[in-house]
Design a protein around this ligand. Structure first.
Ligand code: G3H
Ligand code: 13P
Ligand code: NA
Ligand code: ZN
Length: 310
């Protein structure tokens, strides 16, 4: 059934694992992810960005998710707005069938982020919808950047506590060294786990923390893209061990988009390279969908720890 993230986060805190939040843009992506979650019996968050709503239209995504729900029995699935930038898009998604929204005021000064988040929380909670907010700016830790500059961009633990207390928000995305996309680290991957630990200590017990920019950028798919005509050199993500550690410490939602894009593109590139005579989209989209399914199964089972928890 369609659910909020409340129950899934509560159970995840008890079991010290994380829920996967996967970005969806079309039917094949939704089917690949949902098939994986069904087979692994994992609770699931499907998330939709402003760009996804622009690409596919809100109504198509809603109907596809409705179909996925009907096709997956008792599996708990939350439908979440990713990076809502203002009240209006959050309202449109709350009114339009989502069970969770993110209001991303991380670009704003502290007090303005609080005010905007509070406004969304008020509207959402009256309608049974939960809210994620963000504090801090996503940026990689680079060796040549001074510590003081990380301090400025990353989430301040005391501010996080004040923010959660004053907004009534249900979960909080933090900045500890991850970033969006396929190029997360120039040197060795590093996350500020000490900071994460302090944030956990300052927040209320078991408060759900969210990690954006958490794709691992699987070398298998980067290599496959590059082998079959692509050109994405130097792509690097968050190592699986670091995600396991983040879940161990208190991260309950792990956002994944880039890994879906890479899996689908790698499989389609390979298919078209090996079958230059194919032009029926079902032939190569099927391979893209299968690659997503296998990749998501691996994450649910071996990285997030949420397999069997539905
Ligand atoms: O955080 C960004 C997500 O990967 C969504 O990307 O805005 O291109 O849909 P998008
Ligand atoms: P990735 O780019 O690492 O997949 O992060 C996705 C994300 O944070 C969506 O909000
Ligand atoms: Na989000
Ligand atoms: Zn994000």
């Amino acid at each position: 059934p369609l659910v909020t993230t409340r129950e899934m986060f509560k159970k995840a805190a008890e079991g010290k694992y994380a829920i996967g939040a996967f970005n969806v843009n079309n039917m094949e992506i939704i089917q690949g992810i949902v098939e994986a979650a069904k087979e692994e019996q994992a609770p699931l968050i499907l998330q939709v960005s402003a760009g996804a709503r622009k690409y596919a239209k809100h109504i198509y995504l809603i109907k596809l998710v409705e179909a996925a729900l009907e096709d997956s029995g008792d599996l708990p699935i939350a439908l979440h707005l990713d990076h809502g930038e203002d009240f209006e898009i959050c309202k449109a998604c709350i009114d339009g069938g989502f069970t969770s929204v993110m209001i991303d005021g991380s670009r704003l000064p502290f007090e303005e982020n609080i005010a905007l988040t509070k406004k969304v929380v008020e509207y959402a909670h009256e309608r049974g919808v939960v809210v994620e907010a963000e504090l801090g700016k996503l940026a990689g830790i680079e060796d040549n950047v001074k510590v003081a500059e990380h301090e400025a961009a990353f989430t301040d633990p005391d501010q996080a506590a004040e923010f959660v207390e004053r907004t009534g928000v249900d979960s909080l995305a933090v900045a500890i060294g991850t970033s969006h996309g396929a190029y997360k680290f120039k040197g060795d991957p590093r996350l500020d786990f000490e900071r994460l630990q302090k944030i956990v200590e300052k927040l209320p017990k078991d408060f759900p923390i969210v990690l954006h920019g958490a794709s691992t950028v699987l070398p298998e798919f980067v290599e496959m893209c590059n082998k079959y005509g692509g050109n994405i050199p130097g792509a690097k993500g968050v190592p699986e061990d670091m995600l396991r550690k983040a879940a161990e410490l208190g991260v309950r939602k792990i956002n994944i988009d880039t890994d879906l894009r890479l899996a689908m593109t790698a499989a389609i590139r390979k298919h078209l390279y090996e079958h230059p005579d194919h032009f029926d989209p079902r032939q190569y989209l099927k391979d893209g969908r299968d690659a997503i399914k296998e990749m998501v199964k691996h994450k649910l089972r071996n990285v997030l720890g949420c397999a069997g928890k539905a």
